[in-house]
Design a protein around this ligand. Structure first.
Ligand code: GLN
Length: 522
């Protein structure tokens, strides 16, 4: 059965289970074995997972009633969303709290930590019928664009194992691309769903800020963090999102989405106005030629489908997005990560230090944070603490907030004349392992196109739009080429709560682009 099962998207698998043609238990075992083989292989495999379920779970849901206080809303939402998830197993980024599995956010600081409750997004999906298959590798505390900042070693890109899968949700993206999980949950603070989706040739959606509860997500930057799907196609992304959204009493920033998420059906783009910002190619542009070619081909296809492509729109403050983001996100992180002090969670240097015990409380804090956090996390904490310190607060944090407001206003102005905005998701294709680790700013540039939407809180989706022909792929052992071309992502963004419009447009384009999302299956 394996080849046929592997070929099914999550929506198809759930339909097959519903029709009695596929057994949910067999589907779980099939993916469990694939995921477990990758976990056991470590760096010989793709290193997508930090934990894999031992056995198929019993009937899901009994404990959810205890742990999710918004139960009545959840039930209503599922009924209106139509189809259930019918047992299709779910891979979940490590930073989501799961009461039955370690939740370590890719950090030594939380090594082996199993929380006493489950994140609302995971609980809702589980209750809708998607059992937890595995936890996926990520950059430590979601800080990174390559999954190289993980305490559990880097994840490799299934298209070319000498390259990164993107990040920080790299384990989730690579697992879906490699066919090691039918679909996966990720988080996006400045691009961490969309950029790895782009680099791995899968679909990734960052919903409107507040659409999905953040309760139980180990926080990076709370005003930006959003959970969302990483899937093989746009229909799967809609299906997963439909079961995740909604107000949650446990997250004060969560909102009742004004629309039900519908499964997309559009095949044409007649009348859809798509804007391409003038700031796409600022001076000294770093967009790779192969990415630019794929992007323009996708725009031409959109026109063939009936869209009006407007290249006259402007997001004048978008080029300042990265600078603002790398003040605001570290500032919030420095505050959020203060809780990891050796007292309340995870690592405590006093009991784990091989040298000698801590001499006093301050020494214990210092050693714990020294031993527990990796280099990038320390860099962010220092940047953030500096930006928030008295005397510098207005000059850095205050100004960055003003830029954030300007960027949100730019989008509002642009959406007066277009329905959606299109950009490449990332300026380049998957880069080589180690290529950008020594130069943080070059790594941060991966997020040039994704950060503005995060700052504005608006939804954006990345879909594969072709292969860049600029690069040969390395074979499994890094030796001989196994083909040419690496995936390129197209990003579409819309106004707040326009997920349905976004999914429909992405669906129409996906059909026309006809990217083979199974090409990197292992
Ligand atoms: N790459 C960005 C960063 O390092 C975004 C990460 C994210 O979205 N979690 O902060």
């Amino acid at each position: 059965m394996s080849a046929e099962v592997l070929a099914l998207s999550a929506a198809q698998a759930s339909a097959a289970i519903g029709a009695g043609e596929l057994d949910a238990g067999e589907l779980f075992s099939f993916y469990r074995e694939r995921a477990e083989a990758d976990r056991e292989a470590g760096q010989e495999g793709l290193n997508c997972f930090t934990w894999v379920a031992r056995e198929a779970p019993g009937k899901a849901g009994t404990r959810v009633r205890e742990t999710v206080p918004h139960w009545p809303d959840t039930v209503r939402m599922h009924e209106s969303a139509g189809s259930s998830l019918a047992g299709v197993p779910l891979a979940v980024k490590d930073l989501f709290c799961t009461e039955d599995a370690p939740s370590q956010s890719g950090s030594r600081m939380l090594e082996g930590y199993t929380p006493p409750y489950t994140a609302s997004a995971v609980a809702r999906l589980r209750e809708a019928g998607a059992p937890l298959l595995a936890k996926t590798n990520q950059d430590e505390f979601a800080m990174g664009s390559s999954t190289e900042n993980s305490a559990f070693g880097p994840t490799l890109n299934p298209w070319d194992r000498t390259r990164v899968p993107g990040g920080s949700s790299g384990g989730s993206a690579a697992a879906v691309a490699a066919g090691l999980a039918p679909w996966a949950l990720g988080t996006d603070t400045g691009g961490s769903i969309r950029q790895p989706a782009s680099l791995c040739g899968v679909v990734g959606l960052k919903p409107t800020y507040g659409s999905v509860s953040r309760y139980g997500m180990i926080a990076f930057a709370s005003s930006l963090d959003q959970a969302g799907p990483l899937t093989r196609d746009v229909t799967d992304a809609a299906l997963m999102l439909a079961h995740m959204i909604g107000r949650d009493a446990c997250d004060a920033t969560s909102l009742a989405h004004p629309q039900q998420i519908a499964l997309p059906s559009a095949e044409r783009l007649d009348g859809v106005r798509i804007g391409v910002p003038a700031e796409l190619e600022p001076e000294g542009s770093s967009i790779e030629d192969g990415v630019r070619r794929c992007f323009h081909r996708a725009l031409a296809l959109a026109e063939e489908l009936g869209a009006q492509v407007n290249t006259d729109i402007s997001l004048p403050h978008a080029p300042y997005g990265l600078s603002a983001y790398y003040i605001l996100a570290p500032a919030e992180a420095s505050s959020n990560l203060a809780r990891f002090d050796g007292v309340r969670y995870g690592l405590r240097a006093a009991s784990s230090s091989k040298v000698e015990g801590a001499t006093d409380l301050l020494d214990m804090y210092t050693r714990t944070r020294h031993d527990g956090f990796g280099r990038e996390v320390k860099r962010r904490i220092m940047l953030g603490t500096y930006a928030l310190s008295s005397g510098y607060y207005e000059a850095y944090y205050g100004r960055a907030q003003k830029v954030r407001t300007k960027i949100a206003e730019d989008f509002a102005t642009a959406f007066a004349s277009v329905d959606l905005i299109a950009t490449p998701t990332s300026p380049g294709v998957a880069f080589a392992l180690g290529e950008k680790t020594a130069d943080p700013w070059s790594m941060y540039l991966s997020d040039y196109f994704t950060v503005p939407m995060s700052l504005a809180g608006i939804p954006a989706i990345s879909i594969p739009c072709g292969l860049s022909d600029e690069h040969a792929r390395a074979g499994a052992n890094g030796a001989e080429a196994n083909g040419s071309g690496l995936p390129v992502g197209l990003q579409l963004a819309g106004p707040a709560f326009s997920e349905n419009k976004l999914l429909d447009a992405a669906h129409a384009l996906e059909r026309a682009i006809a990217f083979d999302s199974t090409a990197a299956h292992v």
